[in-house]
Write a protein that binds this ligand. Structure first.
Ligand SMILES: Cc1ncc(COP(=O)(O)O)c(C=O)c1O
Length: 399
């Protein structure tokens, strides 16, 4: 008897966005006339620089052709210039343009791991790393961090416990999504030393590089001893506020890694031609476009930090960078609170959509009372959203 074809176990284990269900509820709530403040997604609300659209209008090529698989020459040179501007030396042959930082991360995982090899990550971590790991068929090995020290790294011995014969790489996000943590020179040195000692690749996702408010940002590329093991993963999305352009990059001094990324790139032919051209002016004059965005997010970070002080029972720290914070709530199950907040609660016909932090942890039971907030609203809306959360916590805990 013929059995029906069935999908792969990889397809079955692929996670759906942990926020999808809540987002659908938010839409339903809006239809009921409730204003929903979105603190759940990392999509900046600011307008994109007009130079992007002007460049697109002026392209004037008669044929919209494939770009070379590693990227268009002007885009590669613009990335090189941008990196030079932030103190990182790469030449064009050490860079492959990717479809967002997302593709860069998938290429990096595929380049260094065989099936079920392991990559060390620090949890809570950017939840899509789970999806990338499923696509690449690699296993993420989480090292738990704690809110009590603002999600900074644990001791070297603690990290080392998670390294085994299958470990191929350490993946750090600096500054971090979801925590806003920026690793100090000492923390980075310890990671670099571990990568050297255990002969691991060190992948560094630095898409929030410029969003550093209090702490100095240091790239892993500034550690010469790791030169041949470091892989930089980067993107225009956040710093230039062009998330929809989908332009990222994988860069490394390791020629084998870049050649592998190039071959993966050949298989998908190329990254969108128009968008590659549209980001060239941004990469060539980063200060002009990045600074105003970062200044706005600094103000927002300050407002969130100050306003959190007025909410009883909340655990928080001062995020040093990016535009997120993970906070502890005075509830047993933040997932349930977030669902109730969007499904049932309102204050003067307004409510808030927040991201339960459980989706950012791989270890079951971790982050149960935590949520992530993204600072993607203006200052007044941020203040109002936090006020609504405060009223909601009072109501929820009286239930
Ligand atoms: C830490 C981190 N890395 C990578 C990405 C991927 O972004 P993109 O594919 O738009 O470059 C994101 C997006 O939110 C992110 O937060």
């Amino acid at each position: 008897m013929l059995t029906k074809p069935h999908i792969s176990s990889r397809a079955k284990t692929m996670q759906a966005s942990p926020l999808r269900k809540l987002a659908a509820t938010a839409e339903a709530r809006k239809k009921q006339g409730i204003k929903v403040h979105h603190l759940n997604i990392g999509q900046p609300d600011l307008p994109t620089a007009s130079i992007v659209y002007e460049t697109i209008h002026n392209i004037g090529q008669p044929t919209l052709a494939y770009a070379p698989s590693a990227g268009l020459n002007p885009t590669l040179t613009a990335w090189k210039n941008y990196f030079q501007h932030v103190g990182i030396e790469f030449n064009e042959s050490e860079i492959v343009v990717t479809s967002g930082g997302s593709e860069a991360i998938i290429f990096a995982m595929c380049a260094v791991c065989d099936n079920q090899d392991e990559i060390i990550v620090f949890e809570p971590f950017y939840t899509n790393y789970n999806g990338f790991a499923t696509i690449a068929n690699v296993h993420l090995q989480p090292v738990p961090l704690s809110i009590t020290n603002g999600f900074h790294l644990p001791s070297t011995e603690e990290i080392e416990k998670h390294i085994n014969g299958k470990t191929k790489a350490i993946l750090i996000t600096n500054p971090s999504n979801p925590t806003g943590t920026i690793y100090s020179k000492d923390e980075l040195q310890r990671i670099v030393d571990l990568a050297k000692k255990h002969n691991l690749f060190l992948m560094s996702d630095e898409v929030y590089r410029e969003f550093n408010f209090d702490a100095e940002f240091i790239s892993v590329m500034s550690f010469p001893e790791i030169r041949n093991q470091a892989i930089l993963l980067d993107s225009c999305s956040k710093r230039f506020n062009v998330c929809g352009a989908r332009i990222g990059v994988i860069a490394s001094h390791n020629a084998e890694v870049i050649h592998a990324a190039f071959k993966f790139g050949m298989a998908r032919l190329s990254v969108a031609t128009i968008e590659q051209l549209a980001v060239v002016p941004l990469l060539n004059s980063p200060d002009e476009y990045v600074k105003p965005i970062v200044e706005e997010f600094r103000k927002r970070r300050d407002v969130v930090y100050e306003t959190l002080k007025t909410i009883p029972g909340v655990t928080y720290y001062k995020p040093e960078g990016a535009f997120y914070i993970v906070i502890g709530l005075p509830v047993a199950d933040a997932d349930d609170f977030a669902r109730w907040l969007i499904e049932e609660f309102e204050h003067n016909k307004e409510t808030v959509l927040i991201a339960p932090a459980q989706g950012f942890y791989a270890t079951p039971g971790k982050g149960m009372n935590e949520v992530r907030l993204a600072f993607t609203l203006n200052l007044d809306e941020l203040r109002r959203s936090l006020e609504i959360i405060k009223f909601a916590l009072e109501a929820y805990n009286k239930k």
